[in-house]
Design a protein around this ligand. Sequence first.
Ligand code: SF4
Length: 181
Amino acid sequence: MKPKLVIHTCCAVCMCYPKTLLENENYQTIFYFYNPNIYPIKEYERRRDEFIDYAKSINISVHIEENEKYIEEWNNDIKGFEDEPERGARCNICFKHRINKAFEYAKNINARYVSTVMTVSPHKDSKAIEEIGNSLAKKYSPIEYLHIDFKKKDGFKKTNIIANEVGLYRQNYCGCRFSIR
Ligand code: SF4
């Protein structure tokens, strides 16, 4: 039986290339959609629905976490950091919030590993994500954080090529209301 890998997923576009890398690995991969940072709710629904439709078309395992009840929790977590620039302290809190929830889910389903597709983006600090993942792994031991820097080897370019080929919706801001400006 292959060990389970819960991979936090922020949107369909960022999932495209990581999915191709993981399909030949020895994991039972579950793409875990959890993003209470996305604002407004219409945009959240659009990204979520695009993710669901694409996942169905390529026949992968997914879990869509509840969203509405965690929006306040996310807002409380980033309180005081609203004016931070992108790639700053607010983003690290946001990564931690979402990866933490992936660990919680992994614990519930007896998964062995947690990871995230967010490292595919050049706008996201992979080193910071790795440190956050490793510190959460200590809290949730024996679940391990599997660090994969998907942006390596032109990962971002590759994920965009696949997304364009299949005609996926591409957002033009990261997600939270502060990243719109
Ligand atoms: S810019 Fe993106 S990563 Fe940073 S806090 Fe906003 S949604 Fe989260």
